[in-house]
Write a new protein. Structure first.
Lengths: 480, 260
């Protein structure tokens, strides 16, 4: 544990950083109205969606990038980004997995996401998204038996236009913010989930996002609708190759829960974070929002954020239905030069609405990790309650942690509680472990695991162990 | 050549922290089966001595040697020293939120087994093993489920240290002011634990400010540390003399010795 031995600890390399050699169809760089039309045309979209995109594009032109987040980066040249890239397929529409390019199947296998029938995770249906398009969605037929729709959003646009028309942009309006407007104009693919009334989705649903092309932005769009009495658990995972240049990822996720419905949305985000000097990495500028529209509905966000050069992300809940519940459980880990400004918004509108926020920020290296959260209790939210807990853990002497809680209460019967703590993995703690024969890696892993326990417990069981392991890997060699 | 039963041999050990010399030439020999007490004022260097033996990274050894069971102890990392059987009971045991006491003990115990080339113990066998040691320190099994030292009283923390010691069965146990802040009942429990763990093949170094602990644990040797050196050594009667006359009498003694 001396200074030298700490330096000798090898930083675990990013093991998802490989590039798949595959022929892609890309459109020219830059963004203008023609590009928006081109994307829509490539996807054979109905007219209503093109109108949606164009409206968003013109809105976007009038907006400017938000600057309030506690992050710093050079200006992004939006005309230097490729807005559509898709691996070339021999056929326009792939009917079965046999017709998918084996290189793509192999890519996902390498990422630990087997798509072939024999090797699939037993109780998890997967939508695999590569750059701008969905490659395959598993278990579709089995889900369809119960009326559950799980497909790429491109397919949904064509096959379920009424649902898309009704819900797309209903939770995150196109003018919501700069990146949401951009996404609405150019989104290429994503997942669509629809759980009919009274159905409990029989398996975990999961989308795996993979950026491959070095100059492509990824703009995915996810929409999940749970009808009255329905429930679903959904998980997304993300990785990208290592490139020296920064890449933009601006996604929009919308969730709608009707009466007594429940949506649990979990994220394990491991986009490439850049190298130890901060070169390269993904800019993860994401808008995620859930609408608890019905009475007694519940939306729960659980996120484990470990990757990306910059994260700007506030999965939120709008609690409209009386007695509805919003939850946000977050672990945000930053290392080296990473910057994260992440948190949530809980907007209480209905009576007796309740929200819980548990945020665990871990900052190592020279990273910056900020929690930013808004709890807003509207004038009609009689009896609303919120509990927030924000804990920060610092590793080493050069990392930063910040907490920016905003609380706005317009209803005198509301109860809002906020707790915060900051701790540090220090030399003395590690020495105590060492004196009992426990190595530094094991010590850090036990400390971080313990710190994150409350949140890890909220992840679906299949992924909790994975997430725990990911945290340990990310922290190897951080103390010193 | 040291005799076979020498566990620890310290010669002319000097060490500093942030460039400030604290240890200024410590000599000490500890044999198997012995209990040594090191006494001294606050700031005399006795706690530093214990941390240097355990390898605390804040201290820099600037000279001298420490031979532990025939090996140069200073060459080893703190965790290696621990696995070789050097145990330090902390003056201020560290709180570790979120890590259960049982888990902590199990990982520590398995690290020792691994060092000895033995198979790791499974969770159930380990629980039985720990349960069997709890009585020694009069601890309730509920302590095992709590986070390490978190919310423990001063006495509970110290008893937890003795529990760890009982489990790890060190060759050389150094107790750094384990008696400080203990009420008489807790002191008796701690002392009883040490007495039961003292065996012909291991050794203890008790670092203490007061003679009180030595009423319950009888040392074979008492050393007095002053200004980073062991200035005088004797039997257990030396502790009683210090108790009755205070540390000031040493100043006179040292001065007179230097004068001669």
């Amino acid at each position: 544990m001396s200074a030298t031995s700490v330096k000798n600890l090898v930083n675990q390399p990013y093991k998802y950083g490989f590039i798949t050699e595959i022929e892609s169809e890309t459109i020219p760089r830059g963004l203008n109205e023609d590009v928006v039309r081109l994307i829509s045309a490539k996807k054979n979209e109905p007219e209503f969606l093109l109108e949606f995109r164009l409206k968003a594009y013109h809105q976007w032109l009038k907006m400017s990038e938000p600057t309030w987040a506690h992050v710093e980066y050079p200006p992004i040249d939006y005309q230097n980004i490729i807005y559509y890239s898709a691996p070339k397929q021999s056929k326009a529409k792939v009917n079965s997995l046999d017709e998918v390019d084996p290189a793509l199947i192999e890519t996902f296998e390498k990422l630990g996401i087997p798509l072939s029938e024999q090797k699939r995770l037993a109780n998890v249906a997967v939508d695999a998204i590569f750059d701008s398009v969905s490659i395959a969605t598993t278990f579709r037929e089995k889900l369809a038996e119960q009326g559950v729709i799980f497909c790429s959003i491109s397919e949904a646009v064509k096959e379920y236009p009424e649902l898309i028309k009704r819900y797309l942009g209903s939770v995150v309006p196109i003018a919501d913010n700069y990146y949401a407007a951009l996404n609405s104009a150019v989104f290429s693919d994503g997942s669509f989930v629809y759980i009919p009334e009274g159905v409990t989705c029989p398996m975990e649903l999961s989308t795996y996002f993979r950026i491959n092309n070095g100059e492509t932005g990824q703009f995915e769009r996810t929409l999940i609708v749970a009808e009255a009495g329905a429930s679903v658990s959904y998980l997304e995972g993300c990785t990208a190759p290592m490139y020296d240049s920064n890449q933009l990822h601006a996604a929009v996720v919308e969730l709608v829960a009707l009466d007594n419905a429940e949506i649990k949305y979990s994220t394990v985000q491991n986009w490439y974070a850049g190298d130890e000097n901060g070169k390269g990495g993904i800019y993860n500028f994401v808008t995620k929002r859930g609408l608890c529209k019905g009475v007694n509905s519940k939306i729960s966000w659980t996120q484990v954020e470990t990757g990306s050069a910059i994260t700007w992300k506030y999965p939120s809940c709008v609690l409209v239905g009386d007695n509805s519940v919003g939850e946000f459980y977050s672990i945000a880990l930053t290392n080296n030069q990473q910057q994260a400004d992440t948190g949530t918004k809980m907007v209480h509108i209905g009576r007796n609405t309740r929200s819980t926020i548990i945020s665990k920020g871990i900052s190592a290296g020279k990273s910056q990790n900020s929690y930013r959260g808004l709890v807003k209790i509207g004038p009609k939210a009689i009896g609303a309650r919120n509990y927030s807990q924000c804990d920060s853990m610092l590793i080493g002497d050069n990392a930063q942690a910040n907490t920016f809680p905003y609380i706005q209460v317009d209803q005198p019967t509301a109860k809002v509680e906020h707790e915060a703590s900051t701790s540090k993995i220090g030399e003395d703690q590690l020495f105590y472990f060492a004196q009992r024969g426990i190595s530094e890696e094991d010590a850090v892993s036990m400390l971080v695991g313990g710190f994150c326990q409350d949140v890890l417990n909220k992840l679906p069981m299949e992924f909790a162990a994975e997430a725990d392991k990911l945290l340990s890997l990310k922290l190897e060699g951080t103390v010193g | 050549m040291p005799e076979n039963n020498v566990i620890l041999s310290v010669r002319h050990l000097t060490a500093s922290i942030d460039g400030i010399p604290i240890l200024k030439g410590v000599n000490l020999e500890v044999k198997a089966g012995e209990i040594h007490a090191i006494m001294g004022r606050n700031g005399s260097g006795k706690s530093t001595f214990s941390k240097v033996l355990a390898g605390h990274p804040s201290y820099e050894v600037t000279g001298g040697e420490v031979i532990y069971q025939g090996q140069n102890l200073l060459e080893f990392e703190p965790e290696e020293r621990a696995r070789m059987g050097v145990f330090l009971a902390f003056q201020y045991p560290i709180e570790i939120p979120g890590v259960s006491n049982l888990e902590f003990l199990r990982v520590a115990y398995n690290a020792k087994l691994k060092q000895e080339g033995k198979e790791e113990i499974d969770t159930f066998d380990f629980e039985d093993l720990v349960e069997s040691k709890l009585d020694l320190v009069k601890m309730d099994s509920r302590f095992l489920d709590r986070s390490v030292n978190q919310g423990f009283s001063g006495g509970e923390k110290k008893r937890n240290e003795i529990l760890q010691m009982a489990l790890l069965e060190p060759k050389l146990a150094i107790l750094d002011e384990t008696d400080s802040g203990l009420d008489i009942d807790a002191l008796k429990i701690v002392a009883n634990g040490v007495n039961q763990l003292a065996k012909p093949d291991n050794a203890f170094i008790l670092i203490t400010h007061y003679q009180r602990l030595l009423n319950y644990i009888e040392p074979d040797f008492v050393h007095v540390m002053q200004n980073g050196q062991i200035v005088t050594s004797g039997g257990k009667e030396l502790a009683l003399e210090l108790e009755s006359r205070g540390y000031d009498f040493l100043d006179e003694q040292v001065i007179s010795e230097v004068g001669v």
